[in-house]
Design a protein around this ligand. Structure first.
Ligand SMILES: Cc1cc2nc3c(=O)[nH]c(=O)nc-3n(C[C@H](O)[C@H](O)[C@H](O)COP(=O)(O)O)c2cc1C
Length: 143
């Protein structure tokens, strides 16, 4: 089963989590750019989003809108933020418009922003992220 990791990170926090997840899975963490489209059949797409102005960045929305359900079988979301504790609902809404399932289990940790959440994501956050990636893979094997 092909596994992919894609993320958007403006200040580096979500990138750290993406890299930890990718390391646990033995794949590459790829930032969302013009060439980050999912071209091959992918069992689980790990999608990393941060919260900006209480929402999802337009680049993430555009990326999801271009996904093909024939290629992407499941998405697992991970996120960092300073206040909001989950990005599952807005991501699920966008994915449902594409007919792509979002796995129940998600990962979230704090990400430093100005004077808030200093030091995050920290080593313990990144260990938790690796555990999340392994749990998702274990669950997906039993589907
Ligand atoms: C322009 C901007 C707007 C933000 N707005 C919010 C917000 O509305 N709610 C929140 O919880 N965090 C907010 N944050 C904090 C980020 O979600 C947090 O720092 C996150 O870890 C940034 O991820 P990144 O480093 O991968 O870009 C904002 C950060 C920035 C830079």
């Amino acid at each position: 089963m092909n596994i992919a990791v894609r993320y958007l990170s403006k200040t580096g926090n979500t990138e750290k989590v993406a890299r930890a997840i990718a390391e646990a899975l033995g794949v590459e963490a790829v930032p969302l750019t013009g060439s980050s489209a999912i071209e091959e059949e992918t069992g689980v797409l790990f999608l990393g989003v941060a919260v900006y102005a209480f929402g999802i960045d337009a680049a993430v929305t555009a990326f999801i809108q271009k996904l093909d359900k024939a290629k992407v079988k499941n998405v697992a979301v991970f996120s960092t933020s300073a206040i909001v504790k989950s990005m599952r609902a807005p991501v699920k809404k966008l994915l449902s418009e594409k007919g792509i399932p979002l796995l129940d289990k998600e990962f979230h940790c704090w990400g430093k922003f100005k004077f808030m959440r200093k030091g995050h994501p920290n080593a313990s956050d990144l260990e938790r992220a690796k555990g999340f990636a392994k749990d998702i893979m274990e669950m997906s094997r039993n589907v």
